[in-house]
Design a protein around this ligand. Structure first.
Ligand code: ZN
Length: 156
């Protein structure tokens, strides 16, 4: 009997992610598969829903709205700060990325959008926020998670 994807399964997949203009945003094809614990919100909800019930060897395409992906772009995450916030950086330029610790202890990536004199516009939205995400997915492996993995809500 082959396993199907459900809560408590560790799932390996290869995927290619494209935007609506067919630009490849991310792909595992040339590298290791993505491995995640199903049912633990390790991945975006739209992709987790699409994977539920699939089995090894299944291939499918799914188009995920921003709402079920990385969310809409939040204007409150775009702000103007003084350049003095970038102490130690020789020249602050649009496109630069900085990591900043968030309230949950994780890291947010902040992108410099615009620099005008001492005023720097920064954006802490996820780079994929606001986008429809088109995934081309293949299920590579499924196994039952260990009790420790379930407790930790991630794959070991
Ligand atoms: Zn752990």
């Amino acid at each position: 009997m082959s396993l199907t994807i459900a809560d408590g399964m560790v799932v390996s997949t290869h995927y290619t992610l494209t935007d609506d203009d067919a630009n490849v945003l991310d792909s595992t094809i040339e590298s290791e598969p993505m491995v995640y614990l199903h049912g633990a919100e390790n991945i975006i909800p739209g992709l987790e829903d699409a994977l539920a019930g699939k089995t090894v060897g299944d291939k499918f395409n799914v188009s995920i709205d921003a709402e079920d992906g990385y969310g809409e772009v939040l204007t409150e995450l775009i702000e103007i700060v003084d350049i003095s916030a970038f102490e130690g950086v020789d020249s602050v330029e649009p496109g630069m990325r900085f990591e900043s610790e968030n309230e949950d202890g994780g890291l947010d990536v902040i992108v410099v959008k615009h620099v005008e004199g001492n005023r720097v516009t920064i954006d802490a939205n996820h780079p994929l926020a606001g986008l429809t995400l088109n995934f081309d997915v293949e299920v590579i492996n499924i196994r039952e998670a260990s009790s420790e993995e379930i407790e930790h809500e991630h794959v070991h």
